[in-house]
Design a protein around this ligand. Sequence first.
Ligand SMILES: Cc1cc2nc3c(=O)[nH]c(=O)nc-3n(C[C@H](O)[C@H](O)[C@H](O)COP(=O)(O)O)c2cc1C
Length: 196
Amino acid sequence: MNIAADEAVHSTTLPSTFEDIVRRRRTVYFFEDRDVPRHLLEQALELAVFAPSHFNTRPWRFTVFAGSARNELAAAYEKAAMRMGWHPLRARSRAFDAPVTVVIGCVPDVRHPRVRPLEEEFASAAATQNLMLALTSMHLASALSSSPLQVSREVERAAGIVSGRVIGVLQVGYRDTTRELFKRPRPDISGVVHWR
Ligand SMILES: Cc1cc2nc3c(=O)[nH]c(=O)nc-3n(C[C@H](O)[C@H](O)[C@H](O)COP(=O)(O)O)c2cc1C
C-alpha cells in the first residue's frame, strides 16, 4: 500500500487545510494600504452565516464600511469618544486603520418566546469565527475588537443596528508583513480540557 494513502486512512487529525486555516488565523493590527475585493468579502460573509443559531433565529448582522464609507464610521467613533471623554481624533483615526471594518451586530429574535439573549450573542460570535476563518483562507487578515468605542450606541446607529446591539467590529485587510504579530500564549489544551 502506498504510504501516503495508508496515513490518510489512519490519520486521526483533521484535514490539513482546515487545520492550517485555524492555526494561521491571528489578530493583525497593521494592514497594507490595499483594497479588499468586494467579492472576497461577500464569499466570506456567505460562509459566516452557516453558523448555528438556536431556533434558527439567525441574529447576526454585518455592516461593511469600506473606502469612503469609513468616514461615517470615523464620525461615529468621534462622537462616542467625545461622550466618553476619550481623545476624539485618535478615536476617529481608528476607522482608517484597516481598508475595511465589518461591524458585527446581534439582533435577538424577540418574537420568539424561548430565545435567550446569551444564545443569540453566542450565535453571532460563532458567525464571527466563521467569518475570520473564511478570511484567513483567502489570505486576508483581521482583528476583532469590542472596546467601548466600538460597541457604542454611536456605532450601532451608524451601522443601522436596530433592536439589537453591536458585539464587536472586525477590521479586515491584507497583513502588513513588515510588522511583527503580537505575542500570545501558545494555544494549549492543558488546564482547559478535563476528561471524566
Ligand atoms: C470578543 C473579543 C474581543 C476582543 N477585543 C479586542 C480589543 O478590544 N482590542 C484588541 O486589541 N484585541 C481584542 N481582541 C483580540 C484578542 O486580543 C486576541 O484574539 C488575543 O490576543 C489572541 O490573539 P490571536 O487572535 O492572534 O490568537 C478581542 C478578541 C475577542 C475574542
